[in-house]
Design a protein around this ligand. Structure first.
Ligand SMILES: Nc1nc2c(c(=O)[nH]1)N[C@H]1C(S)=C(S)[C@@H](COP(=O)(O)O)O[C@H]1N2
Ligand SMILES: [Mo]
Length: 464
């Protein structure tokens, strides 16, 4: 509903609030139930003390409805009605002078989506497309991240799909092309997996020299329990034709990208062997709730162990082929591009690098002297975590205790109980090693697009 700011002003002599009966009448008129009867929703009101002026923020179907509601105020003095926008809407549309964004019926209102993300506590980097990260402090919590606080990464508008008319098509080199309704998918064998998603650009803003792209801090990572159908079961129903080895996953979202003059769709590819090895899931639930639109409603791919770009949201099509996917986000983005010994080298972004993050203490936090717990999470795409070590003030590495279940594809909690005796600055560092023997580097290798930054996390705190 359109938003308005209303200003009412009266002369000091005619101040209606001085007359108890008149004041009460206006208060009742302004009450939420009375406003609702007039088709107006009041978001908040306040009077500027000593200035005989009242401001309020209201929603109404149009200005005429609001004007009718304002009759008693017009009788007491002057009334000004100003069309308004939420801050999120202004940012999403590109500034105060820009025209409000045209919200299509097929995508989520960017201002609403952004407002929800901010209210849930995400650190928003861009309102449109909506990109926001979990604050590192929030990583310290339960085994999974509450849905509202799970980071968000989008390349285009967020599609608003209808679960009733939705169909997943499976075609290309298959024996039996499929068109599956959500109901059909719900009737198949369901599986739940706790899986960590990390954006390949997580930690990008810490690369030096700076690289272009979304300036993620360290919070473009979260974990959820995903429920859905093992992808392999759907592929078995369709039956791969001889020679078919590659799959393309197509999302409902799309738009214009650099260097192409026609809109593209968000697409990613994996080989049949890769999805089988990873145990990919067609997920419709996230932490026991249907997926929300920003996270891919009604269906997304989950590929345990892989950087999350593989986890295509709003999945509408699976195309089976004998040739690898050639999509923009497969061939032009999500590549490590290094300059090594003066030569250009390149490799695709695949499994998540091994990495530990310190959730507590937080940067700049003051810790009391005595016993304290250093805590965090650690994960790797190449296998479970086998060791996390913590170093204080440049001292030796101490092995932390791994907590909770060890699940492939999901982060592992760790904790080190230690004594802090010396007052002053405290530098905490943590590094993880996985089962395949990969250990975090002091500094991750710089690459042009800033992917896979798993440099050792260091937090500067203080002992008081
Ligand atoms: N259809 C579609 N799927 C997508 C994306 C996208 O823009 N469109 N972004 C990918 C990237 S880069 C990441 S990091 C994850 C983010 O998932 P989330 O927003 O649920 O955290 O979704 C992936 N799947
Ligand atoms: Mo990402």
């Amino acid at each position: 509903m359109p938003l308005f700011i209303v200003r009412h002003q009266h002369s000091p002599e005619a101040c209606p609030a001085r007359d108890p009966a008149m004041g009460a009448m206006l208060l009742n008129h302004l009450s939420r139930p009375s406003a609702a009867r007039h088709g107006v929703a009041i978001k908040g009101e306040a009077v500027v003390r000593g200035a005989h002026s009242l401001f309020f923020i209201a929603e109404a179907a149009d200005e005429a409805v609001l004007q009718a509601f304002l009759t008693p105020f017009r009788q007491a003095g002057e009334v000004e009605v100003m069309p308004a926008s939420t801050c999120a809407e202004v940012v999403a549309s590109g500034g105060c002078d820009a025209h409000p964004t045209q919200v299509s019926t097929t995508s989520l209102d960017p201002a609403d989506a952004c407002q929800d993300a901010i209210e849930a506590g995400l650190v928003v980097h861009s309102a449109y497309p909506l990109n926001g990260e979990t604050s590192v402090r929030d990583l310290a919590g339960g085994a999974v991240m509450p849905n509202g606080r799970f980071y968000l990464r989008n390349h285009f508008d967020i599609p608003k799909l209808d679960g009733e008319s939705y169909r997943l098509s499976v075609g290309g080199m298959v024996e039996r092309p499929l068109s599956l309704r959500m109901r059909d998918l719900h009737n198949l064998h369901a599986e739940s997996l706790v899986v960590t998603l990390e954006c390949a650009g997580n930690g990008r803003s810490l690369f030096d020299p700076a690289v272009p792209g979304e300036p993620w801090g360290l919070g473009a990572v979260s974990t959820a329990e995903w429920t859905g159908v093992p992808l392999i079961e759907v592929l078995e129903r369709a039956g791969l034709r001889p020679g078919a080895t590659e799959l393309t996953f197509r999302g409902a979202d799309g738009g214009l990208v650099d260097g192409h003059d026609t809109p593209i769709r968000f697409e990613r590819g994996l080989s049949f062997d890769q999805i089988r090895e990873a145990g990919a899931l067609l997920a419709y639930e996230m932490n026991g709730e249907p997926l929300s639109s920003p996270h891919g409603y009604p269906l997304r791919l989950i590929v345990p162990g892989w950087y999350a770009v593989a986890c295509v949201k709003w999945l509408t099509e699976i195309v089976v082929s004998d040739k690898p996917c050639e999509a923009y986000y497969q061939t032009e983005k999500y590549w490590y591009e290094w300059v090594r010994n003066g030569r250009d080298e390149r490799a695709p972004v695949t499994l998540m690098n091994v990495r530990a993050l310190i959730a507590s203490p937080d940067r700049g936090e003051s810790l009391p002297r005595g016993e304290t717990a250093i805590r965090g999470v650690a994960w790797s795409g190449a296998g479970s975590i086998c060791r996390v070590e913590v170093s204080l003030n440049g001292g030796p590495w101490h092995e932390a205790r791994l907590l909770g279940e060890r699940r492939p594809g999901a982060w592992q909690w760790w904790e080190l109980i230690t004594r802090l005796d010396r007052i002053g600055p405290l530098a905490v560092r943590a590094r993880a090693t996985d089962m395949s023997g990969r250990i975090q580097p002091e500094r991750a290798e710089w690459n042009r697009m800033g992917y896979g930054n798993n440099s050792i996390h260091s937090v500067a705190a203080r002992v008081i």
